[in-house]
Design a protein. Structure first.
Length: 117
């Protein structure tokens, strides 16, 4: 249930940005969420919809989520592959000397906003 904690952090970040940039209303927020981040996106959106009403600048903001694929790199053969499909074992050389390159992120990609005139 770390979704609520992430929503809280995103809302705080957007509140600070709104104050700095004189943003009066945020229409939407696009979040990039890694495929293996552990974030349940449906639950995340539910938390967002519950939590955003406590922040005037976010009150009407829609949460858009883009899923980033998980990619693993093999140190032995130098190739990358789909993490979810193959796990930690490289499908090319069977090595387990691998590490996750992408897919564990949670990033604010874009916001649509209105500013003071």
């Amino acid at each position: 249930m770390h979704e609520l904690g992430i929503v809280t952090h995103v809302a705080k970040t957007l509140d600070e940005l709104a104050e700095e940039q004189k943003i009066t209303k945020i229409g939407s927020v696009t979040l990039q969420v890694g495929e293996v981040s552990g974030i349940m996106t449906d639950y995340f959106v539910d938390c967002w919809n519950y939590f955003k009403v406590r922040h005037p600048v976010l009150k009407e903001a829609e949460m858009k989520i883009e899923t980033l694929p998980a990619v693993t790199y093999c140190e032995d053969c130098g190739k990358t592959y789909e993490t979810v499909k193959y796990g930690i074992t490289c499908p090319y050389c069977s090595s387990e000397r691998t590490y996750l390159v992408t897919g564990n992120e949670c990033l604010i990609k874009e916001i649509e906003a209105e500013t003071e005139e």
